[in-house]
Design a protein around this ligand. Structure first.
Ligand code: SF4
Length: 455
């Protein structure tokens, strides 16, 4: 069964975050729907969304494994492009490197995660495999400006976003190749692409797919998915497209607000206004929070996700009693190891009393990099979140994003005088080579500092 014209039309015009009806049913089934109970209807939608995704993934047009014939060449290319001799030196010296007045201390875990490396390799393999075919990508492959520029150089076109903030898929023609990024794609996008005669290279990280499977379980059991994430993040948009009912909470404060509503009730209008961008269509907090399943955007604070789970479990226990908790709350472990390891390493690094400033290298849209910078700033360490080496400027200033205000600001004379110890880490989408370039600029700046002081 192909996606119906109606579904495709919706995909072309509807918001990526809008509720998507299940694919149109045959006429006879439509007639039966009038006699379905609400719970039967919910199960039908659940089965349809999950089955629809599986049907599309099973299509021969879908490639989820990359291209073995190109693997060796791409691996050498990535080695040359993305690895760093400096990082090798750091690793062989207990993650410490000294040059002149600068000592660099690198976090124990940092940089490219397995899922990102896989997505980049698959995209490069696809370009080699289809050297002259028009190729598109539905979003940034990963949140790294350097890697995305590289894809641009390879003539892989980003699906444009129109003035209404909606993606415009009209340039994709039969015979083209379309890459889906590591965060995945929404069900609407998958259906739309399935309706075209295109090859799909799906680089969705298996950790993200694991969260989708969890959401399927919630929906099958008629539980509402409570998603710990940022409602506008591509991964959360994709994951929520597979849920029947969902609410996205970004932090403990929002989770507590929802939990209080579960226990005590509250002002429904205020609730709906507060989460207006973060709810499935038709969400009713009075009826849709009786059964709750937890899921997460893979790059959130893992400790917060666990804490949010406890908040909901406690609220539902208070409402329905401990004996009935199994019927009202479910949680599966969907925590991504790579994110957890980088956050743990950062928590360890910020305890080092010798560190004067922290350098966090990673895309300014990168959620996991944001959290790394936040950990350091919250510890009171002057923290500079840079997205490329050029942020460190020859005039002694640095362009960086403040993880609290989310403003990009220029900080003059950021490098302390005399000896300085720089803590260093990078986000899961940052190749080691880009981190090295940033550190080299710091070394250079330090050498120039005396001359700049007398100028
Ligand atoms: S951070 Fe985790 S979920 Fe995200 S791409 Fe990397 S391995 Fe996959």
């Amino acid at each position: 069964m192909r996606a119906s014209a109606a579904v495709v039309a919706l995909c072309m015009t509807g918001s990526a975050h809008a509720f998507v009806p299940a694919p149109a049913l045959p006429t006879r089934t439509k007639a039966l729907r009038t006699r379905m109970s609400a719970s039967e209807e919910a199960e039908r939608i659940a089965v349809n969304k999950k089955d629809e995704r599986r049907r599309i993934l099973a299509s021969p047009k879908y490639n989820r494994m990359g291209f073995k014939s190109e693997a060796e060449d791409v691996s050498s290319m990535m080695l040359e492009e993305f690895t760093s001799p400096m990082v090798k030196e750091l690793k062989s010296n207990s993650n410490v490197l000294q040059k002149g007045d600068v000592t660099v201390k690198l976090a124990q875990d940092f940089g490219f995660c397995w899922g990102v490396e896989r997505a980049v390799a698959m995209s490069f393999q696809a370009r080699k495999h289809f050297p002259s075919t028009k190729m598109h990508i539905t979003n940034e492959l990963i949140h790294n400006p350097g890697v995305n520029e590289k894809l641009d150089e390879m003539d892989i076109e980003f699906v444009p976003v129109n003035e209404n903030g909606k993606k415009d898929f009209s340039a994709i023609q039969d015979g083209d190749v379309v890459i889906l990024p590591a965060f995945g794609a929404t069900l609407e996008e998958m259906q739309l692409l399935d309706s075209k005669d295109v090859q799909i290279v799906d680089t969705t990280c298996p950790w993200v797919s694991k969260v989708w499977n969890t959401v399927d379980k919630h929906t099958k059991m008629q539980f509402t998915t409570v998603m710990h994430g940022k409602y506008a993040h591509e991964e959360t948009i994709a994951t929520s497209s597979f849920a029947d009912k969902y609410i996205v909470v970004k932090d403990l404060k929002e989770a507590q607000y929802v939990a209080d509503y579960i226990v005590n009730g509250g002002n429904k209008e205020e609730f709906l206004a507060k989460f207006s961008m973060a709810l499935s269509a038709g969400f009713d907090p009075d009826t849709d929070l009786q059964k709750v399943g937890l899921a997460n955007q893979t790059t959130m604070y893992k400790r917060d996700t666990r804490e949010i789970g406890k908040i909901f479990e406690k609220a539902l226990m208070a409402k329905y009693g401990p004996a009935a908790i199994g019927q009202h709350y479910m949680a599966f472990d969907t925590i991504c190891d790579a994110t957890q390891e980088r956050q743990d390493a950062m928590l360890e690094l910020v305890e080092d009393p010798e560190i004067d400033i922290m350098l966090v290298v990673g895309g300014w849209d990168s959620s996991n990099t944001h959290h790394l910078a936040e950990i350091s700033l919250n510890r009171g360490i002057p923290t500079y979140w840079v997205n490329k080496a050029e942020c460190v400027k020859p005039d002694g200033s640095i362009d960086h994003k403040d993880p609290h205000t989310l403003e990009v600001i220029n900080h003059p004379n950021f490098l302390p005088k005399g000896k300085v110890c720089v803590g260093l880490t990078s986000g899961a989408s940052t190749p080691d080579a880009y981190m090295q370039q940033t550190v080299e600029n710091i070394f250079l700046l330090k050498q120039l500092q005396p001359a700049m002081a007398t100028a």
